[in-house]
Write a protein of this length. Structure first.
Length: 304
């Protein structure tokens, strides 16, 4: 699917393909991919990389354009079961146009940063800036979900909540890796900014992007460490609770074994003491109670 935009009165407005400056290809068809490779001189491998969620971010220079592939948070759905994933975006910056290639349709030109735009290079940078904001927003959501799970996990020994925490930890690891990889690309972009043709205003925005990305990475690391430690602590607590439960069950079992031993002995079909005594049953019950009471006192003195 193709959407085309043009800068009109410092705003991006959707126009027909003939007058467009920004081309957004969402999950391009084979025909569209062939057009990008043959007419726009985009490398076929690079084009495939823009659609591959496992591709590493990178910055490359072609004769007619600059290529940046970076990682952004993938749209979350309930089917993901609290697992937040990342996706790749390919940006191909030409002198007079910007081509974006991505695997799924997402709102790109939103937020206060796109209330006013002056050039396609500015759009190039603001898209990157928005992806960082997207990461920060997802990190806040992950933090809120983890707090809710913490409240529930203290009242339940169900493994579901532990598995949910594990999914969040896994998501944070992926996010931290993607943010770090993006940071390397942004640093390289800063070093080669003159080759791309960035002006002073673009350079200032690029510096802000690098700083924001570093802060985002630090935040992801903090949340990841907290959740990892919480997961370890909860696992230890669950194991301890299970040990305590098994201890109580063993105590009850031993309590039952003591009177059972006495009763079993007097249940044999042989001649037994007090077999003809009229109060033999109550005497045996008394002996059983005394034995159980004695075991309880012994365990209390041993702090078992």
């Amino acid at each position: 699917m193709l959407k085309t935009y043009q800068i009109i009165d410092k705003k991006l407005q959707e126009v027909d393909e003939k007058n467009a400056q920004v081309y957004v290809y969402t999950n391009p068809t084979a025909k569209e991919q062939r057009f990008l490779v043959e007419q726009c001189q985009i490398d076929e491998h690079t084009l495939a990389s823009a659609l591959d969620p496992d591709e590493l971010p990178r910055l490359e220079f072609e004769p007619e354009h600059t290529v940046m592939i970076y990682k952004r948070p993938k749209n979350y759905s309930g089917k993901d079961q609290l697992e937040f994933k990342v996706a790749s975006v390919g940006m191909f910056l030409f002198k007079d146009k910007l081509i974006l290639v991505l695997a799924e349709d997402i709102p790109l030109f939103v937020g206060k940063r796109f209330q006013a735009v002056n050039s396609i290079k500015e759009i190039f940078l603001k898209l990157v800036y928005n992806s960082i904001s997207h990461y920060v927003e997802h990190l806040r959501i992950i933090h809120m979900i983890s707090e809710e799970i913490e409240d529930k996990i203290t009242e339940s020994m169900d493994n579901t909540y532990l598995l949910n925490l594990f999914s969040l930890v896994k998501s944070l690891v992926y996010y931290a890796e993607a943010i770090t990889s993006n940071g390397f690309v942004f640093e390289k972009t800063r070093t080669l900014a003159n080759r791309i043709g960035f002006d002073e205003q673009n350079m200032e925005m690029l510096d802000d992007i690098i700083v924001e990305n570093m802060q985002c990475k630090a935040q992801a690391d903090i949340y990841s460490n907290i959740l990892a430690q919480l997961l370890d602590a909860r696992s230890s607590i669950v194991n301890n609770n299970l040990n305590q439960l098994m201890k109580k069950l063993n105590v009850i079992t031993i309590w039952m074994m003591v009177p059972t031993l006495v009763v079993s002995a007097y249940g044999m079909n042989v001649a037994l003491p007090m077999a003809e005594h009229p109060y033999a049953f109550w005497m045996l019950m008394g002996v059983c109670l005394v034995l159980v009471w004695g075991v309880m006192i012994y365990w209390r003195k041993k702090n078992w």
